[in-house]
Design a binder for this molecule. Structure first.
Ligand code: FMN
Length: 445
């Protein structure tokens, strides 16, 4: 079965999306919006909703561009806070928040996600990132973002510490026996006593072992470093691929890495991003797409592309090729996708922004419900992915269209669930619950 996540950006996934006449624009500060959106995602029986995040206002050095491009998320409700609220408004959908290993501490992250797992009764997920916006460093007493290799070295140790902390208590540690006066079993807890290069953490965590054992761990990235981290530690990898062939290559390479780490290939699901433009008919989809494209001012188009490329493209001819891009500290995987599109398709800068902005480097699926479902099915059957991280151009309309038009088509083909299989995110994704590692002790007769 295909697995589906949805990338919930407060102003939608398309740069012009927030300007659509029916788009909501206040999801960055109106919690009621999210209750409605959460219920909508659940109506579509999607596996999970995912919130990207950062710790700063990406693009503040260019207020003119920022004033016209809210897709960089200048205003958001902090994801753990938001998803804790949504835990009360939803029953089945997985709630996945992004948290960085570069500017956080593992003890706090283990607590936050352990607690979200309890609040949601086993539906929490952690999207592990090393931070894409290098200027976030300035909000944490540092002038510079560290190099990718250093960030990932810290991330590797960070994730191990968090998992170790989640395993502080045995699943059966809290007996709460009023008669005997024993609240917890002192022999069913362990100190982590971790001393590594980056962290020194004694433990235990002041949160019971989460309902899922470990909340679902997602890694977002496509570089070798991200793939290695995901192959060893994650349950899901979010990635960026713009053609089926590059997705197949990624899939085969990634699953081989999973096996190399002694794991079964099905233990880690591969979700490329997919921007969906669907209408009742092919013409409807084209009209919606054109309407949105017309909402991107040319200047914003070039500037946004410049940010992704890590290079000021306003200096180059708009109808000329993409120049060499420097090795910056942004998102390498998105830059690599740009390079491939330019080299393989011969796109000019203008064509690149028109092609990339609607889907932000991800594959774009456009058409009537059957055409979109055909593409999804082909990717799935041809081992290009295990599922998708869906991107809706604007909220809620473009997401409603996915749920009302594409999901029934997938269900009709037996490719997607009609009801949630289980009550936890792990169960719905078909992932095992990790054992607590304590020796089994039979309950007293
Ligand atoms: C699909 C996807 C989503 C991402 N989401 C975020 C995010 O929400 N916040 C963030 O700081 N970084 C995000 N990143 C970037 C990660 O910080 C990643 O660790 C960084 O890009 C370096 O890995 P890479 O070179 O493999 O892309 C994302 C990357 C991808 C591919």
């Amino acid at each position: 079965m295909l697995k589906l996540s949805v990338f919930m950006s407060p102003t939608g996934g398309h740069v012009g999306g927030w300007r659509h006449p029916d788009a909501v624009t206040d999801a960055g500060f109106n919690i009621e919006r999210w209750a409605e959106l959460g219920k909508l995602v659940e109506r579509g029986k999607l596996d999970m909703m995912f919130l990207a995040d950062g710790n700063g206002v990406n693009g503040i050095e260019d207020p003119d561009l920022l004033s016209r491009n809210p897709t960089v998320r200048p205003v958001v409700i902090e994801p753990i806070t938001l998803l804790s609220t949504l835990a009360m408004h939803t029953k089945n959908v997985g709630l996945v928040a992004t948290a960085t290993t570069t500017y956080a501490e593992p003890y706090s992250i283990a607590r936050h996600f352990g607690s979200l797992d309890w609040a949601s009764k086993g539906r929490a997920g952690w999207n592990v990132v090393t931070t894409s916006n290098s200027a976030d460093s300035m909000n944490f007493g540092r002038d510079e973002h560290s190099e990718q290799s250093e960030r990932f070295e810290r991330a590797e140790e960070f994730v191990d510490v968090v998992k170790g902390l989640w395993d502080s208590w045995a699943d059966d540690a809290f007996v709460m026996d009023k008669e005997s006066g024993v609240f917890l079993r002192g022999d069913r807890v362990r100190l982590l006593n971790h001393k590594g290069k980056h962290f020194s953490v004694r433990g235990p965590l002041n949160c019971a072992r989460p309902p899922q054992g470990h909340p679902v761990v997602v890694v977002a990235g496509a570089s070798d470093a991200a793939k290695e981290l995901a192959a060893r530690t994650a349950d899901v990898i979010f990635t960026v691929t713009e053609t089926k062939e590059s997705a197949q290559e990624f899939y085969a390479d990634f699953k081989a890495r999973v096996v190399k780490h002694g794991r079964h290939p099905d233990e880690v699901k591969v979700f490329p991003g997919a921007s969906i433009f669907v209408g009742k008919t092919e013409q409807d989809a084209e009209d919606i797409y054109k309407q949105l494209q017309d909402l991107i001012p040319e200047q914003v188009g070039i500037q946004v592309l410049s940010r992704i490329a890590g290079l000021d493209l306003t200096q180059y001819p708009l109808d000329g090729p993409l120049p060499e891009m420097p090795e910056t500290r942004g998102i390498g995987s998105f830059r690599a996708a740009l390079r491939r599109l330019s080299d393989n398709e011969g796109y000019s800068i203008r064509e690149l922004y028109q092609r990339v902005l609607p889907a932000r480097g991800h594959i774009m699926m456009k058409g009537d419900p059957k055409q979109v479902a055909d593409q999804m099915e082909e990717w799935y059957r041809d081992k290009a992915c295990d599922g998708f991280n869906l991107v809706a151009a604007y909220l809620p309309g473009a997401l409603e269209a996915i749920i009302d038009l594409v999901i029934p088509e997938l269900q009709g083909r037996g490719l997607f669930r009609k009801e949630y299989e289980g009550s936890t995110l792990r169960e719905n994704l078909g992932l095992a619950r990790p054992a607590d590692g304590f020796p089994y002790i039979a309950p007293a007769a």
